[in-house]
Design a binder for this molecule. Structure first.
Ligand code: ADP
Length: 439
């Protein structure tokens, strides 16, 4: 059975910073529903229009101006919903939605999500658990003992995402090296070109020990529905914080899961987020649940394929992308429950920086029991940077099973079948890989 749908006149405006694989996934969901897709993007509009999509060109670093150009381009046209993919687009999408009279978040709330220092202030003022935190300019490098920095601490850019530039430091020497490394990253041509704000300073905060989980959620008029809590079974203890495996349901007791849900609700309320998808990260330790961050967007990359929803056993299931499209447009189906199977994704880590020369073992990985999909998204002959400079994975593995343990084992086995040959050659002009928001 598929859903009864009268969406012929619906139009969805999607803000996306590039037309990569995540945008394609959403475009497929939109096409399947027979909805008209309007795109606002900052891809180079001098180039050929590869999709023939007549995307509206904008600059996300000037969100109000970007929203104004979109409103101008769409003047007199009906728009029924707005979605933002990736962190960079979210503020412009919020301004545009306001102008269009479409349900969305307040721009100030979205802006706070994109600024790690502001988010810490908001959480602290709302009485949530926060580590100590301080921001510093790069020059002069602060002397930890005088600047109130204790160890271990985490050094990070204020506005990047996907753990890019996030480094743990356990002592003074590691701290100075980490600050220098973040400075070099933020001064790289690629990061400068993004024109992100706050590239001239670094955020330093206390290291929070414990287990990390991610929450995928959907807000409707301020009410949060938790779509999934993901376990991250690999330890994320630094020095860098590249993500790997996400598995749901989490192997946590009911009480812990409720505590995480409560913390997620408190965090979105503190930020004033009201409508649409959120992706959030938390640490859980003996002191309780600590909100690490909340992003006003869905999980990045292809990870949303790990979540499927169905009304009942007879109904064809839909992926998270389609659920979000339906939600943004007020179509039926947005409240479907998640399928009961355990499910997981591995963001394939980058073992070392280099030019991707060869990928082997895909078929063997695909053939393993429990493996649902193997997608290598890195392009051959492209330079790909390892963390902390990098922010793009080699690809994604998806597994499904009855129990989370089986899913995790299948992902590890499939990963062990893959061989990536990366040559150490450094490109002259682009020391940092393309950027994709994941976590
Ligand atoms: P991003 O938005 O780039 O993902 P985060 O601030 O969420 O940046 O940090 C990325 C990852 O780094 C987190 O998911 C977590 O694993 C780790 N991390 C960040 N800050 C801390 C902290 N204060 N204590 C422990 N781990 C941290």
């Amino acid at each position: 059975m598929s859903l009864p749908l009268d969406s012929s006149t619906k139009r969805l405006l999607v803000f996306t910073s590039k037309l990569g694989y995540q945008t394609r996934s959403f475009a497929e969901a939109v096409r399947k529903l027979g909805i008209e897709l309007l795109l606002a993007t900052d891809r180079c509009h001098q180039l050929e229009d590869p999709w023939g999509d007549r995307a509206i060109p904008v600059r996300f670093e000037e969100p109000e101006a970007a929203a104004a150009s979109v409103l101008e381009a769409l003047r007199g046209q009906q728009v029924d919903g707005v979605l933002a993919l990736g962190d960079r687009t979210a503020v412009a999408a919020a301004y545009a939605a306001r102008g269009l009279g479409v349900w969305h978040n307040h721009p100030a709330s979205v802006e706070a999500c994109h600024n790690k220092r502001r988010m810490r202030e908001v959480f602290r003022d709302a009485g949530l658990r926060v580590p100590w935190f301080k921001t510093f300019p790069f020059f002069p490098v602060p002397e930890p003992s005088l600047a109130g920095i204790s160890f271990p601490c985490v050094v990070k850019p204020v506005s990047l995402s996907a753990s890019q530039g996030v480094i743990r430091a356990n002592n003074r020497d590691e701290f100075s090296a980490a600050v220098e490394r973040v400075r070099r990253l933020l001064e790289s041509a690629e990061v400068r070109a993004s024109r992100e704000p706050n590239l001239d300073c670094v955020l330093v905060e206390g290291y929070i020990g414990g287990k990390e989980v991610a929450v995928e959620g959907l807000l409707t008029g301020g009410a949060l529905r938790v779509l999934a809590i993901f376990d991250k079974p690999d330890p994320l203890e630094g020095p860098f914080f590249e993500e790997t495996i996400y598995v749901t349901p989490p192997r946590l007791g009911e009480t812990q899961q409720r505590a995480i849900e409560l913390c997620a609700k408190d965090a979105v309320r503190a930020l004033g987020l009201m409508h649409g998808p959120i992706h959030a990260e938390f640490r859980v330790n003996e002191e309780g649940v600590w909100p690490l961050e909340v992003a006003a967007r869905p999980i990045g990359g292809l990870c949303s394929r790990a979540l499927r929803f169905a009304l009942d056993e007879k109904t064809e299931s839909i992926y998270l992308e389609e659920l979000l499209v339906r939600h943004a447009l007020g179509l039926p189906g947005a409240d479907w429950p998640r399928e009961p199977a355990a499910s997981g994704v591995m963001m394939i880590p980058v073992p070392k920086s280099g030019v991707l020369e060869r990928v082997e073992g895909e078929e063997a990985a695909r053939g393993l029991p429990g493996i649902a999909e193997v997608e290598i998204t890195a392009r051959l002959h492209d330079y790909i940077a390892a963390w902390p400079e990098g922010s793009s994975y080699l690809g994604f593995l998806f597994a499904r099973g009855e129990r989370p343990e089986e899913v995790e084992a299948a992902l590890r086995e499939a990963h062990a079948k893959l061989r990536f040959t990366l040559s150490p050659r450094m490109p002259v002009e682009h020391p940092v890989t393309r950027r994709v928001a994941i976590g």
